[in-house]
Design a protein around this ligand. Structure first.
Ligand code: NDP
Length: 340
């Protein structure tokens, strides 16, 4: 099901105080869109620690509250727009104990709801309004009068009005203009984590191995980096795929290329990839194994140097043949630009 503007009634938000917890990528975009849709500024509170995000919100004319407990007490609706990994700690300790029994909680990602990491009261509404776009596009598409793809769902219907509220909020942030797709926290989490843990790692691996094989065959670092991604050809292919269709975009390529790509893809049976994908989906994502493991290292992600596991992963990835070659090419390129 796809919901459009005329499925949503902004009147259900009348007199409701709407709190945005976080004014980052999504928070800044969604709060501005909602206000521009006619929600009065004095009904919107930005809850943020006192720093540059808070200053940004103030400079845009919003009311900012640094005390999360105070903001939570006033909220009829609270958007959780802080990073997923910090939501359980901040929400459960500072927000949840102060929320009204009939408050609506809005998440922009299914992760913490699907893995049951947030403490809600059964009387509260829990909805997902999850844009499929980065925050700057959520804002720029809205200002251009266009919509953006978004998933919407009701995860808990404490008041019996959760869908009405989810749709009104979707419309207010500009998501029903292009059509908000009915989904669920489970579906959103499965697709998101699958893409992140199965699809894209394979794409990174394919580029890494392709680079290595072509390098062994005598291709230069410069030629490879440009041929494979620095020319932006892959970006253009995906843009065409979004516009013309995943298969139909091939018609923009040469006949030799079309023949090679179509026959090559059909010749690969994909059995091994399918088994690998299923393993990740069922034994890592849907069964919660990744979530459990990630929560063990989550606190380390704020550490410096090698104590931060993400830094170690970056280091290892930069050490690959592709990583090293690209560093050399970019350094040479920077030198050439400087010389000019
Ligand atoms: P950001 O990383 O942009 O969030 C930054 C905001 O979170 C700032 O207001 C920051 O304020 C606050 N914040 C960060 N750490 C803490 C903390 N420990 N305590 C309190 N506040 C904190 O988040 P996004 O907008 O990227 O993501 C928000 C939600 O939107 C997530 O659920 C994400 O999955 C979802 N989403 C994100 C998309 C994207 O494009 N980024 C796309 C679709 C959905 P300060 O540091 O001052 O406290």
């Amino acid at each position: 099901k796809i919901y459009y503007d005329n499925d949503a009634n902004l009147d259900v938000l009348k007199d409701k105080t709407i709190v945005f917890l976080g004014f980052g990528n999504q928070g800044a975009a969604q709060a501005q869109n909602l206000r521009d849709s006619g929600i009065p500024n004095d009904k919107i509170i930005i809850a943020n620690r006192p720093d540059h995000y808070a200053e940004d919100a103030k400079s845009k004319g919003f009311n900012v509250e640094h005390d999360f407990a105070k903001a939570a007490k006033a909220a009829d609706v609270v958007f959780l727009l802080i990073p997923d990994q910090v939501q359980p700690r901040v929400f459960n300790n500072e927000v949840a104990p102060n929320l009204k029994d009939n408050a609506a909680i809005v998440v922009a990602s299914g992760y913490n709801v699907f893995y049951k990491l947030l403490n809600f009261k059964p009387s509260q509404d829990v909805v997902m309004v999850a844009p499929r776009m980065i925050g700057s596009s959520v804002r720029s598409l809205y200002t251009k009068g266009k919509g953006f793809p978004c998933f919407v769902s009701v995860e808990q219907d404490g008041t019996g009005k959760a869908l009405e509220i989810a749709l009104a909020l979707s419309r207010a942030i500009g998501a029903t203009k292009a059509g908000a797709i009915a989904s669920s926290a489970r579906e959103e989490t499965a697709m998101d984590l699958f893409a992140e843990q199965a699809l894209w790692p394979n794409i990174i691996m394919l580029f890494r191995e392709a680079f290595s094989v072509l390098k062994e065959a005598g291709c230069s670092d410069e030629a490879l980096c440009y041929e494979m991604w620095m020319s932006k050809e892959p970006a253009e292919i995906f843009e065409r795929a979004a516009e013309d269709g995943f298969i139909q975009q091939l018609k923009h390529h040469s006949t030799v290329s079309q023949y090679g790509q179509l026959s090559g893809a059909l010749a690969l049976d994909g059995k091994q990839a399918r088994e690998h994908f299923k393993n990740i989906l069922y034994n890592q994502v849907l069964n919660g194994k990744f979530c459990q493991e990630f929560s063990k290292i989550e606190a380390d992600l704020e550490k410096e140097g090698d104590a931060n596991p993400l830094n170690v992963l970056y280091q290892k990835s930069e050490e690959t043949e592709l990583g090293q070659a690209e560093k050399r090419v970019r350094a040479r390129l920077a030198g050439l630009l400087q010389a000019e």
